[in-house]
Design a protein around this ligand. Sequence first.
Ligand code: ZN
Length: 296
Amino acid sequence: MLVSSSDLGRLTPNLSRRNALLGALGLLALPATGFAAPPAAVSTVWPQDSRVPGGMARLSLGPAALRPVAQQGELPLLVLGDEIAWTALVGIALSASPGDASINVRASDGTQRELAYRIEPKRYSEQKLTVPPRTVDLSAGDLARHERERAHQEVVMATFSQPLPQAPLRMQVPVPGRRSSSFGLRRVFNGQARNPHSGMDIAAGTGTPVVAPLPGRVIDTGDYFFNGNTVWLDHGGGLLSMVCHLSAMDVQPGDTLKTGERLGAVGATGRVTGPHLHWGVMLNRTMVNPALFVAA
Ligand code: ZN
């Protein structure tokens, strides 16, 4: 079964303070030691097909005069292409179980079909840390703030807009610098598992310009407890990106950006150990590996 929830969406309101924090930290930063050279990838298509938890399936829908509608459960999926070949892009949650999965495809004449695919297992590495308990416990005030912010972010993450983005969806890395390969890293703090790291960390100094990875519209800006100064971009069709821990935000909701246009600067705001950029890419409300969208 596929689970289409994001890190934040999986938290429930009745979690303990500790668990709320342990869960929410899925978006948090790694220390500089978490950086490593990215694996070499050879691809001429973006995003790359990678049918594993945290990856993305490119499912061929075949030819049709009009764009079919594809859904994962109730969630609309991004369908790209033309009358010769349509393709559904399906973000696969880090929490998805390996095995058989399917989407629903509805043609313009109303006929529906199930399209099956298979999620292969992927074992992400694990990092065990022992830290002072107060660094993983939230105060009552901080917890209340985080819960308000989470509710707001869920609304942001549900954005599904037109027009759809133009293929190929090859993204520009929003800031130059060493890219971590820590997406999916499973972290255990003081023996308690928390949500895995759901983005890419890029090492860069405070003040380094951060740019839009694809054309997009700014749908949210804010200073959030964990993520610090954060900008969300909507690229259309449920493809969103977020950049966190900024020292400066130069845009506001409603602004539209071209690829490479500046939106802010790298910083160390929120709960981080040092300046870097956390970059998240979301497809059908699921955080997927940003590396699938960029050239090696
Ligand atoms: Zn991060």
